[in-house]
Design a binder for this molecule. Structure first.
Ligand code: ZN
Length: 322
């Protein structure tokens, strides 16, 4: 059993009860959708949430859930500590990675990456895990509890995306995707054209929009929007870290992974959330790490710049390399 099992109960509970509209949606689909999430315990497999259309069952690998928690702990801690530093010293450009929180964060980023490839490795020894509960006695434990909250919102976001495929009845698009995949397997020279995949991509965009609109609603107060937007952005940014190289951002049957991040940021902005610029900042800072690992160093972001313009610049740099 991996430590993520300590919080899969909370994960399911948030998916069913995050707000009244989502509760109503589940009521509407009662009897149609399977009412539990299947967590695949085979640790040799790494795959994110998907819906089995024949059974209307959402399934996700346990390994992916461990990856997601480790990644969110890293991204949240890195962001919070960077902001703390910038608040104290607006000229700071390098974040010293020496505090206990950041050391755990780096360990967990390394672990998250290991989970995307090769054999399964157990949770790193002595590093904070999803199993922690109780009153936090230091920042590491406090960040772990906050990560639990962000994790269950991020998984709710993924599961609602899958539920949207059922609710919006994307069976035809799912069949088309299965047929194209079968053709590609049979004939490696066969390439699906843009025209062929267009309906599939449109169904993915529709499922993303559906999800974001259920989680970040215009009339919610800013505190709720802020919490949910944080979980949603973590979900979409995590996908960009779940592939092995920048090239993996280019997708055949989904919009490219960084484009999905950009759309989420735009929709958060459209929701009227006052702090929406924060999420453009979060996305660009985290995606810059991927560029950095690929040997592309961008001039460092400074607090006076427009967050959205900077995010677009990061997106362009990724586009050039995929
Ligand atoms: Zn989908």
């Amino acid at each position: 059993m991996t430590p993520i099992r300590f919080i899969t109960g909370n994960m399911e509970s948030k998916y069913f009860h995050i707000n009244k509209e989502v509760e109503a949606l589940h009521m509407l689909l009662k009897g149609k959708m399977q009412e539990s999430i299947c967590v695949d315990p085979d640790l040799a497999l790494f795959y994110g949430p998907k819906v089995l259309m024949a059974k209307n069952q959402i399934i996700v690998s346990e390994r992916f859930l461990n990856f997601l928690w480790a990644f969110i702990y890293f991204a949240f801690t890195y962001q919070e500590k960077a902001n703390e530093l910038l608040t104290k010293n607006s000229q700071a450009t390098v974040l010293p990675m020496t505090s206990p929180e950041l050391k755990s964060a780096l360990e967990l980023l390394k672990y998250a990456k290991q989970l995307t490839r090769g054999a399964f490795l157990p949770w790193p020894n002595g590093i904070i895990s999803p199993g922690f509960n109780g009153s936090p006695s230091n920042d590491v434990e406090d960040f772990a509890l906050k990560t639990n909250g962000l994790f269950s919102t991020a998984t709710t976001c993924f599961f609602l995306h899958e539920l949207a495929h059922v609710y919006l009845d994307h069976r035809e698009e799912a069949q088309l995707q299965a047929d194209l995949k079968a053709r590609m397997m049979k004939d490696p020279r066969f390439e699906a054209t843009q025209g062929m995949v267009a309906p599939i991509i449109a169904s993915e965009t529709a499922a993303d929009n559906f999800t974001i609109d259920y989680l970040i609603r215009q009339y919610d107060d800013d505190k709720i929007k802020l919490n949910n937007a944080y979980g949603v952005i973590c979900a979409y940014v995590s996908l960009t870290f779940s592939v092995r190289s920048l090239g993996g951002m280019k997708q055949i049957f989904h919009p490219n992974l960084h484009d999905r991040v950009l759309r989420v940021v735009q929709r958060i902005d459209e929701s009227g959330l006052k702090e929406s610029g924060y999420f453009a900042h979060f996305a660009s800072q985290t995606l810059m790490l991927l560029l950095d690992q690929a040997g592309v160093a961008l001039a460092s972001y400074d607090a006076g710049r427009d967050e959205y313009a900077f995010l677009l610049q990061v997106m362009e740099e990724i586009d050039k390399r995929i």
